[in-house]
Design a protein around this ligand. Structure first.
Ligand code: ATP
Length: 302
């Protein structure tokens, strides 16, 4: 089983001709509500790309509002076990309010809502689920104390741990030392190392420094440039497929879903990276978060 621990958000996406000024009201549209949140996106990507060969479960929190009900139903529709998705009373579900202007630029405000209440106690309550996992996947849109607790529990149960350290922030070295697969983008990698983002050319050096902190395998994602993957034995670039990208939302989440789905079905790392990249290349040709994540059969068709 794949267990994903993380955020569950509703994305409120509104097209605008230009970004409004402070105090200004402008007309916009179209408007859409799209299921998102890095945790839920990665769980959905795992489910679509594992295609029933490995079960997927999610641990997270939603509020007791309509968005929470809709997002839970969306997970269930993908066949994801939501028995450890908690509904928190008198709390709003996490939302991302996203304005997209005519040039395709985003302005995003995140309100964590129920995601901020995912606690170590929720993780302990899901101990049996985690014990049944082969791989546990985490990001940083829920409290760091909960992420640390979950990683320690997963490790004590002998599980493989994948951490996507997003959104970018610094992390304690003790935490990184417990991670089997660390999957940052180039900005997140730089942030972990206390450096400024420098792009693909330094990914090898960044990966080397992150490995020295104790991660077993580092995969730095580089957008249209692909991925640099390294372990103690060395590293190499995996170039991305060339596609006409229109919206990179959830590209990283889709890559991770494909990578994890393949690893959980016993694929070698190179094969798993290839699956993640094929899926992510399709996702950037579509708009939105979970709306852009392909199913395994679509990769075969492409
Ligand atoms: P996001 O935050 O937008 O979800 P990210 O910054 O976490 O994305 P990226 O490094 O942008 O992650 O992308 C992840 C992977 O998706 C890349 O390693 C690559 O394989 C694929 N990808 C991203 N952008 C493109 C693109 N324009 N063309 C082809 N593949 C892409």
């Amino acid at each position: 089983m794949i267990v994903v621990i993380g955020s569950i958000n509703m994305d409120l996406v509104l097209g605008v001709p230009r970004m409004p000024m402070p105090g200004e009201t402008i007309s916009g549209g179209p408007f859409a509500t799209i299921a998102g949140g890095k945790g839920a996106n990665q769980a959905v990507a795992c489910a679509r790309l594992a295609a029933g060969r490995v079960p997927v479960a999610m641990i997270g929190c939603v509020g007791d509002d309509g968005f929470g009900d809709t997002l839970r139903a969306a997970l269930q529709d993908e066949g994801i076990d939501d028995s450890h998705v908690s509904t928190i009373a008198a709390t709003a579900t996490g939302v991302a309010s996203i304005l997209v202007d005519a040039a395709g630029q985003n302005s995003i405000v995140l309100a964590a809502g129920a995601n901020a209440l995912l606690s170590p106690a929720h993780i302990d309550a899901a101990r049996e689920l985690i014990a049944a996992a082969s791989i546990v996947v985490l990001q940083l849109e829920v409290p760091l104390a909960t992420v640390s607790h979950a990683i320690a529990l997963a490790r004590s149960l002998g599980k493989t741990v994948l951490l996507n350290p997003a959104p970018a922030r610094s992390l304690p070295a003790e935490l990184l030392a417990q991670v089997d697969y660390l999957v940052p983008n180039e900005i997140e990698a730089a942030m972990l190392l206390g450096a400024s983002a420098q792009g693909g050319a330094v990914a090898a050096a960044q990966a080397g420094q992150l490995l020295a902190l104790g991660c077993r395998q580092v995969l730095v994602t580089l957008g249209a440039e692909g991925v640099y993957a390294a372990d103690a034995a060395g590293g190499r670039y995996y170039p991305a497929r060339q596609v006409k990208a229109i919206d990179s939302t959830a590209a990283g989440d889709t890559f991770i879903g494909g990578l994890v789905a393949a690893l959980a079905t016993g694929a070698a790392l190179e094969e798993a990276i290839a699956l993640g990249q094929r899926a992510a290349a399709i996702s950037v040709t579509r708009r939105g978060a979970q709306t852009s994540i392909p199913y395994l059969h679509e990769l075969d068709a492409a």
